[in-house]
Design a protein around this ligand. Structure first.
Ligand code: F6R
Length: 251
């Protein structure tokens, strides 16, 4: 595990954008795993992705994307859905073919079947080359909340009260935040060939400290990443304010 410590959110975004852009240019076929939430917004907008496309027309026609999760009960037109988020914040601004973008269907009539379908999409694409992750204040990755088995595959998960509260900022009220989501499983995430985890701001300081200095435990889902062979954490000073350990590079 390697940590790139940078000054602020803008630098987190830029570093992540650069790593993604390099892969897009390097590989003739690329599967990128994407995250939603507040943290990756700057990465998508930064001069390396949307801005780079405007300026240099770097093509994404050879790229497939796999999103981490989707709320149960929200369809692709719902402005709170992650499908809507990804279209408006990234996909519509690149030449990425729509049929090469994959997000779980949160309104599938059979949600369990949808989870199996999603796993087979990932398998049929040959797995994920580069997975972008955020981290919840309780250590969740994807929507795999504390207590989730490290062996989990894509499944329907219940959002914890803390997660629903954190995400209520995007809805009119807490009541509107869905109670469940479909999330890529922890073992599915661990199979990704390379992982970048982004963290910014003091709200993430406590969990980063726990992740980096504590034991690997299902109570801190992100702690399993210590057992992955290629994880880079890109975090700013505020998120790393409690950590002064060994993994640091840069800065
Ligand atoms: C989003 C996701 C979540 C978020 C996490 C942090 O697709 O899977 O794990 O990355 O909840 O969210 P923000 O970035 O809003 O703090």
């Amino acid at each position: 595990m390697k940590i790139i410590k940078v000054h602020d959110y803008a630098e987190v975004s830029l570093n992540a954008g650069e790593m993604i852009l390099e892969k897009v240019k390097q590989q003739s076929k690329l599967v990128i795993g994407l995250a939603t939430g507040g943290t990756p917004i700057g990465t998508y907008q930064c001069q390396c992705l949307i801005e780079d496309f405007k300026r240099n027309q770097t093509s994404y026609k050879h790229v497939h994307t796999i999103n981490l999760d989707e709320y149960v009960g929200l369809n692709v037109e719902d402005r709170h859905s992650y499908a809507y988020y990804m279209r408006t914040r990234l996909f519509n601004h690149l030449d990425l073919p729509h049929e090469q973008t994959h997000i779980p269907n949160g309104v599938a009539s059979d949600l369990v079947k949808e989870c199996h379908r999603y796993e087979s999409v990932i398998t049929s694409l040959g797995g994920v080359d580069l997975q972008l992750l955020g981290i919840g204040e309780n250590g969740h990755i994807g929507f795999n909340e504390p207590g989730t088995s490290f062996l989990s595959k894509t499944s329907v998960v219940e959002l914890s009260p803390l997660t629903r509260k954190a995400n209520a900022r995007y809805f009119n009220s807490l009541d509107e935040v869905p109670s469940h989501a479909i999330s890529m499983g922890i073992s599915t995430i661990m199979q990704c060939r390379q992982i970048i985890l982004l963290a910014s701001g003091e709200k993430k300081a406590k969990i980063l400290q726990q992740l980096l200095s504590g034991q690997v435990s299902e109570q801190v889902p992100a702690s399993i990443l210590k057992k992955h062979h290629d994880v880079t954490i890109i975090a700013d000073q505020a998120a790393l304010e409690n950590y002064h350990g060994d993994y640091l590079v840069g800065f």
